[in-house]
Ligand binder design. Structure first.
Ligand SMILES: Cc1cc2nc3c(=O)[nH]c(=O)nc-3n(C[C@H](O)[C@H](O)[C@H](O)COP(=O)(O)O)c2cc1C
Length: 388
């Protein structure tokens, strides 16, 4: 283990984190009663960027996941993260996968990258408890949620704790339960979006990188269904901005592999997603990318996470930086090609200020870090010190 304490303690269960977290520097920031969020952004000039209609100090923050409740999100604001996402909520209480939920992962390549579509993802990536920088991990939670009676008042508190130039972004997703028709599934998204609106939220991000029924496929691999869902959700939330969170969607045809000669010959799969959503006005922003699925093995080649259905898990952190940058550049190219103006939130493997700069250069209007921020609570301060 490294000598710093992530604000989400990977050695504890999700429930213990929910009840006792955050930890480390976030706990200290939270304990500073009377510390005004504005004090913590004093290293930032006055609100300087617009993000989906809101003034923000720096378009950098933490995506859906490690910030479990308003104590975590408030601490994140106080640590200078200006875009702070409340972990994905559902229309109903939903259990968490068994502990452990996080392992360190060690891809074979020299730079620690995992390439989408590579054999390594199926053959097995070493996963254990040796956490090292630059950090890559796997997370396996199953998107747990508290009951709306619990998360709604808490989300209200989270929104109220934003300082000047800071923004709380709720995340939500639909829930598939046995016997549901497609219409029921769409309606569950609408219900959840309405519950989010009731907290006073002015925008939200919908997770589409969740399993879709019957196949080993994600919702975002079905652009037509995402189109139907976002249309229904947008009808419910009115003028509030809707972002959707995407998993990595590979180009339809590419030449030059991942080398310097890489050329996208045909990007129609990703373009179809844009046409079904942003081009129809139902979606104002894309958040990309979510984790990349890999088979995780221990040092003896056995399944690393215990339990059925957990041979594969999502990898995040440094290992997916190339893939995230690739998706952002392609979303920017499609935006240009179609003459649209959607916002791009770039994420995946941001662990240093240089990564923030690289994402902005690839076309991201805002940048976020989950794993990198977990292992470096000062990441927002470091980026602010670098880019100003
Ligand atoms: C502990 C943890 C929990 C996560 N939970 C969620 C979630 O509930 N909803 C979601 O859309 N993404 C979730 N994610 C994915 C992140 O939002 C992000 O897409 C992914 O981790 C890649 O970013 P990173 O490389 O900066 O970690 C989670 C990530 C982590 C590390």
């Amino acid at each position: 283990m490294t000598d710093f304490s992530p604000f989400y303690d990977v050695n504890l269960s999700y429930d213990d984190n929910y009840a006792k977290g955050p930890f480390g520097a976030f706990a200290t920031a939270l304990a500073g009663d009377g510390v005004d969020a504005a004090d913590c952004v004093k290293d930032t000039p006055a609100a300087s960027t617009t993000f989906l209609g809101h003034r923000v100090n720096l378009p950098f923050g933490i995506p859906a996941g490690p910030l479990l409740n308003s104590r975590f999100t408030t601490a994140a604001f106080r640590m200078g993260f200006d875009l702070v996402t409340y972990k994905t909520v559902r229309s109903r209480a939903w259990g968490c996968n068994p502990f452990p939920n996080v392992l360190a992962v060690h891809p074979k390549s020299v730079d620690g990258s995992l390439t989408p579509g590579s054999a390594e993802l199926d053959e097995g990536v070493l996963a254990d408890t040796r956490y090292e920088q630059p950090i890559s991990i796997s997370n396996s939670f199953g998107v747990p949620s508290r009951d709306p009676d619990e998360w709604q008042p808490d989300m209200r508190r989270a929104i109220a704790a934003a300082g000047e130039g800071q923004l709380l972004i709720p995340s939500f997703q639909g829930s598939r339960v046995g016997g549901m028709t497609t219409d029921d599934y769409i309606a569950d998204h609408v219900t959840t979006a309405r519950l989010v609106v009731e907290t006073g939220a002015d925008l939200m991000v919908m997770n589409t990188s969740c399993p879709n029924e019957g196949h080993n496929r994600l919702l975002c691999h079905d652009p037509a269904l995402v189109g139907r869902i976002t249309e229904a959700v947008k009808n419910e939330i009115g003028d509030r901005a809707l972002a959707i969170k995407l998993a990595y969607i590979p180009p339809t045809e590419v030449s030059g592999g991942w080398g310097p000669d890489r050329q996208i010959v045909d990007d129609s799969a990703l373009e179809l997603m844009v046409r079904e959503t942003a081009a129809r006005g139902t979606v104002q922003a894309f958040s990309a990318i979510n984790t990349i699925s890999a088979r995780l093995v221990d040092a003896s080649g056995q399944q690393a996470l215990p339990g059925a259905g957990r041979d594969r898990s999502g990898v995040c952190g440094r290992a997916i930086r190339h893939a995230g940058l690739d998706m952002v550049a392609r979303l920017a190219a499609i935006r240009e090609k179609l003459g649209l103006d959607y916002t791009i939130i770039g994420l995946g493997g941001v662990v240093t200020p240089e990564d923030y700069v690289a994402y902005r250069a690839s076309g991201a209007d805002a940048v976020m870090s989950a794993t990198g921020a977990m292992w470096d609570a000062d990441l927002a301060h470091k980026i602010k010190a670098t880019v100003h």
